[in-house]
Design a protein around this ligand. Sequence first.
Ligand code: FAD
Length: 460
Amino acid sequence: MVSKEKLTTLLGEALSPSRVTDKDFDLITYSRDLSPAAPKMPTHVVMPDSKEEVQAILKIANEHNVPVYIRGGGTSHWDAYLAQNPGIMMDMGRMNKIVDINERDLAVTVQPNCTWAKLDQELRKHGLTYLCSEAGGPAMTVGGSVMKAGSGPHSTAKFGFHGNQDVLTLQMVLPTGDVVETGSAAWPSAGKFERQCLGPDLGGMFIGAEGILGVCTELTLRIRPATDHVERLLAVMKSLDDVVSFGHFINQHVGDEYLQGIYLWVDPASPDVFLLMMDIFGYEKEIVEHRKNRILEKIRELGGEIGDPGPANDYFDRILTGLTDLFAAGVWHFFGAGTLRIDDIHFIYDIWRKDLIEKRGYKKAGFGGQILPRRWLAFMVTNYKEPQEWKELVEMADEIDAKVLSGPVVPYGIGGRDGLRRFVAERDTGYYRLLKTLKKTLDPKNILQRGIFIPEEELR
Ligand SMILES: Cc1cc2nc3c(=O)[nH]c(=O)nc-3n(C[C@H](O)[C@H](O)[C@H](O)COP(=O)(O)OP(=O)(O)OC[C@H]3O[C@@H](n4cnc5c(N)ncnc54)[C@H](O)[C@@H]3O)c2cc1C
């Protein structure tokens, strides 16, 4: 086994000694994420500047059988990237540049740790913006979001999860150090403008894999013209059936043209009040007015009440600039979450209401949803402050997850080490077996994200 000092020297030679550390006071800051998961100290932290340096790190790691963990902006809160085994933490923070803004093809190429905030700021100078984003604020990176296939209230009604419509091409360094370009970038003389070509969608294989199959070193995304023609609406619906009818109206009658974002919220204190916040967009004032009126008509027809749009304005505006005070009530814990057909939202709501609120008397978790093209993402969310509270919460959430995932719900993401692996593994599907085969083939020494998602013993 390579000694700590020797590994420091090898990594220092491959990068620069100033971008490699094995000092405890540096390592400790990388031992935690936003959750109270037990701290896990890496043995080294490295800060690569380029794809070549990422390749060099992975080659050294393979040669000496040392695991490598990837940290983007570090804002995930489910033990997604902490060093499960003694190993190297690769901080992607220096790879944060905007490489190219292609105004004619409406495509932008960025390094993975470019944040959404930085990208939006730069694109708006050209009258452009990105397709969709999450609710996470300024530290969240493009690479981190795409690698975990995030989704949020901003524009997902129209464009879905990250990876559904926004990703064109990826540059990935595979666990052994080889580089692969996906989509049209795989054909170097063609350029970076198309996701699905040359047969299988290899980009799709990496999106949502949370770094277990490769390190993303560059991405090209679709972008769109920015517009100031935006209207926000707030409505209160009387029943979940009305919410379902509204969901179908958006998806079927007027299509996802109308709304770029919609957020459903039900507070545990008033489980019969269904709040909808909506973000309507268009490129011409008259079109936006027309869309708004059609939506208002539909809400009235369903017996809903229109409220003051102030909270919706505030909410959607702050999503772009960074929501403040989000953790004032404690750290978020999402559970009972997944995607499901428009009609099936009752399934998660009923578990939330009957199992959580009525049977268990747990009145801290709200029920939320975001409409995506032709489906919902629904979830329960609560907050905690103390590690003990978190432990109890995780146990309860596990039971709720088991119930939710036994129904017509597909899990949302793989969820790091503490995530949904158990449920995926239990089913022993061809999907999980293929994922393991891919992992073994691409990463024969199990270097990348060792112990995250697929346990070591299952890869032997
Ligand atoms: C206040 C707040 C609000 C949030 N809201 C949302 C939300 O609305 N929707 C949502 O989906 N999430 C949300 N999140 C969770 C989190 O912020 C997002 O998932 C975010 O996209 C993670 O990006 P990141 O850059 O911080 O990635 P990290 O947390 O650093 O990493 C995320 C995952 O991707 C992997 N990874 C990172 N970079 C790379 C790379 N270059 N190559 C390969 N793998 C990589 C990591 O190993 C890890 O598994 C929120 C978090 C906070 C704190």
